[in-house]
Design a protein around this ligand. Sequence first.
Ligand SMILES: CC(=O)N[C@H]1[C@@H](OP(=O)(O)OP(=O)(O)OC[C@H]2O[C@@H](n3ccc(=O)[nH]c3=O)[C@H](O)[C@@H]2O)O[C@H](CO)[C@@H](O)[C@@H]1O
Ligand SMILES: C=C(OP(=O)(O)O)C(=O)O
Length: 424
Amino acid sequence: MARICIEGGVPLDGQVWISGAKNAVLPILVASILGDDTSRISNVPHLQDVTTTMELLGRMGAALGMDERMQVEIDPSGMCNFEAPYDLVKTMRASILVLGPLVARYGQARVSLPGGCAIGSRPVDLHLRGLEQLGARVTVRNGNIEATADRLRGARILLDTVTVTGTENLLMAATLARGTTVIENAAQEPEVVDLADFLIAMGAQIEGAGTNTITVQGVERLAGAEYAVLPDRIETGTYLVAAAMTGGRVRCTRAEPRHLDAVLDRLAEAGGNLSSGPDWIELDMRGERPRSVNLTTAPYPAFPTDMQAQFTALNTVAEGTATITETVFENRFMHVQELRRLGADIQLKGNTAIIRGVPRLTGAPIMATDLRASASLVLAGLVAEGRTLVDRVYHIDRGYEIIEEKLGQLGARIRRVGSGVQPG
Ligand SMILES: CC(=O)N[C@H]1[C@@H](OP(=O)(O)OP(=O)(O)OC[C@H]2O[C@@H](n3ccc(=O)[nH]c3=O)[C@H](O)[C@@H]2O)O[C@H](CO)[C@@H](O)[C@@H]1O
Ligand SMILES: C=C(OP(=O)(O)O)C(=O)O
C-alpha cells in the first residue's frame, strides 16, 4: 500500500497553485444529472472522490467525457439506473448527494445508507426529512434509502442543524419541484453558493444562497451549463499552515482569499505575515516559530472543522499552549494519537484538545485515519526531525491533488513509496 515518506526540517519556500474545491465539484458533478442536456465543468481537481463520483454517474447511465481543455462533460440523457450502491457509498459519503436529484428528476432513487465514519456518526436524517417535506416517499430497507415521487412540491424546510450536503441535496431537489421552497437554517458555505450558481446557470431560480435562508422557485426543466469550480479553500489553508509551521514562505495562486477569513485571522495570530491579491494569498513566517492559537470549529463563516486537524498540528510546535474545541463532529481528533507518536503534547478532554507546543517533533511511522487527519500528519512530518512515514494515504488522495508533488515544488523532501488503491 502507498505511503508518504517525509524527511522533515525544510522551511517551505515558493508558489503552489490551488485546485478546484472537492466539496464544490462533487455536488456540481451530481447536479448535472438534473439537466436535459450536456454540462461542461472545468477546474475539476484530480481526486479519488471525483473518480468515484464519475464512476457513480457512469453506472447510472450518464455519458462522461473530457474535452481538449480538460473539461469534464456529463450527458445525462442516457440515465437508466437510479442507484448508488454500497461499494461506492462506503468509500465516499458524498454519494448521498445523488438522492435529491434522482428523486426530483427521475422520480426514484435507491442509495445505500452511509454508515458512520472515523470522524463521527454523520446521520442523514435531515436530508430524508426534507425530501419527505417536498413530497417524496422515503423508506430505509436492507441498508438502502429508497425514495420515490411523482413531482416534488415546494415546501418550507427548517433544518434543525446546519448541514452542508443536506442543504445541497434539498436545494437540488427543490429546483424541479412545483412551487416555492424555502430552506431555513441553510448552510452558508462557499461550496453551497458555488452549487447554487451552477444550478442558476442551468436555469434554476434560486435566491439567498450564502445566507441562512435559501428560496427556490421550482422550474419545469433545467438545461446543461458550462461552469468553472471555485478554488479549494481547505487546500489553500493547508498550504498556508505548512508555511507557518516550517517558518517558510508560501504563495497560493489561483486561490480565493475571501473564503478564508476565519483561517487567516488565526494564521495572523500565529505570527504569519499575510498578503493577498484577487486570486492569490501569501504567508511569510520569516523563519519565526509560530505562536499557539485557540479556536472553536463551527459552520461557515466561523472556523471550518476541515482545518481543525491542520491547526492541531501547527499548535504542536507553536510557542505556548492552545485550546481547540471541535463542535461539528463528535470524533474528529483521531490524529491526536498519531501526533503524540511524533512527540506532541496533547491532552484530550471531551471535544477539546489542549496542546502544549514543544520545540521539536521527531519522525516516526504513523497512520492516517481520515482525510484531514492525514493532512495534519503530513504537516507534522514536514517539521519533525528525521523520517516520518505516513501510512494509509488513500485518505489524503480523496481530497488533495498531487500533494507530494506540490509540497516537493515548495522544497519539502517528500515522496510517495509503494503503490496501491483504497481497499474496498
Ligand atoms: C462533501 C462535503 O461537502 N463534505 C463536507 C460537509 O460534510 P457533511 O455535509 O456530511 O456535513 P454536515 O454539514 O451535514 O454535518 C454537520 C453536522 O450535522 C450533523 N447532521 C448532518 C446531517 C443530518 O441529516 N443530520 C445531522 O445530524 C452531522 O452529524 C454533523 O454533526 O460539511 C462538513 C462540515 O462543514 C465538512 O466537514 C465536510 O468536508
Ligand atoms: C470530511 C470531509 O469530507 P467528506 O464529507 O467527503 O468525508 C473533508 O473534506 O474534510
